[in-house]
Ligand binder design. Sequence first.
Ligand SMILES: O=C(CO)[C@H](O)[C@H](O)COP(=O)(O)O
Ligand SMILES: [Fe+2]
Length: 214
Amino acid sequence: MVKVAPSVLSADFAELKKDLDSIKNCGADWIHYDVMDGHFVPNISFGYSILNDISQVTDLYLDVHLMIENPMKYVDEFIKAHASSITAHIEAFSNEQDIRAFIQHVHHHGVNVGLSIKPATPVDTLIPYLDDLDLVLVMSVEPGFGGQKFQEQAISKIEQLDQLRQERSYLIEVDGGINATTGMLCRQAGADVLVAGSYVFQAENRKEAIESLK
Ligand SMILES: O=C(CO)[C@H](O)[C@H](O)COP(=O)(O)O
Ligand SMILES: [Fe+2]
């Protein structure tokens, strides 16, 4: 069954513990943690110290999505803050050697590792790394903000990644504009993890919203 990863970007930060308990009780599988630096994306969210605090009060899998320049500079802080997986954008690296170093470093610390692609980045850019990844994150909106409209070209990317993994074992995760309708399209295309921010946190009934994604 598909996993649902509510994005805490859409939570009420003044009531974070309450919101974390609520999504867990409503059936969330993972917590999706969006890190934005105001450079790689035109928005600032939160860093590793809040992740560490969250890790003290939840046992849910902590799925870190780094939307930052120079992921290597901060990756150790997210490892120390108990990330379960760390996903960086392939567009944030300038060469293949740095991407391989990032993957190896995260694995060396026993943490799962992913690469993400923006809407304009083709799946082919990921092919050299697919054997070494635990997770591939397909952005179905331009990274930076919650509450945007799902971009349909994500579906063919998910299908392509599903075909490419015949003998591999990475999970396919999709992020941005997910609701019951777009979530179903992604599931049918082969997605394993659906990130949903506004759809879950703004729902009148979060349990029903999460169930509708599964
Ligand atoms: O990475 C992200 C934005 O860059 C968020 O994870 C994503 O936008 C989730 O929000 P929503 O479900 O409201 O689109
Ligand atoms: Fe995200």
